[in-house]
Design a protein around this ligand. Sequence first.
Ligand code: ATP
Ligand code: MG
Length: 180
Amino acid sequence: MFLKCLDIVGFKSFADKTHIDFADGITSLLGPNGCGKSNIVDSIKWVLGEQSTKTLRAGRMEDVIFNGTDKRKPLQYAEVALTIDNSERNLPTDLTEVEIKRRVFRSGESEYYINKNRCLLKNIRELFFDTGVGKSAYSILEQGKIDQILSQRPEDRRYIFEEAAGISRFKMECNEASKK
Ligand code: ATP
Ligand code: MG
């Protein structure tokens, strides 16, 4: 499973439609301070369902929408679409390519889509469960995260191993069943 491309409109500093193709191998984002490198990483976390404004470096969720400059008016919504190559079927679907999309309006309403079909955040979470991608997973390692992993309480660190071993899904199903 690897990232194929990212389409951003109105997310943080990306007022214009921005398309990024991820070629084979390593992709580096280069540019001066404040040009939007971290905003691209934020957009990937966001489309994967991140709900924590702190993690997204925003005060409120509305702050992820382009808020204008001297020359440009603020936009009314932000939209990010991430296309993933699923030819190895790591995601639990038969499709070779999966596009997930999230849109948020100033009213705070969020919409989620999987391959253009409207869905719930829960469906996005389920899609990435046990893949190491998604909220609280280890696919995005930021400055300081390695230290955090090393110094975490053993129970917290265990979560990462459970996700890598692919048993988080069963633990969640077990918890849900015991609630019924
Ligand atoms: P550094 O090299 O310092 O880490 P960077 O390239 O990672 O910089 P970012 O943090 O991605 O930079 O981008 C910061 C810029 O994004 C700031 O100029 C900030 O004003 C702008 N920005 C953040 N949110 C919004 C928003 N909602 N609307 C418009 N611009 C925004
Ligand atoms: Mg940065």
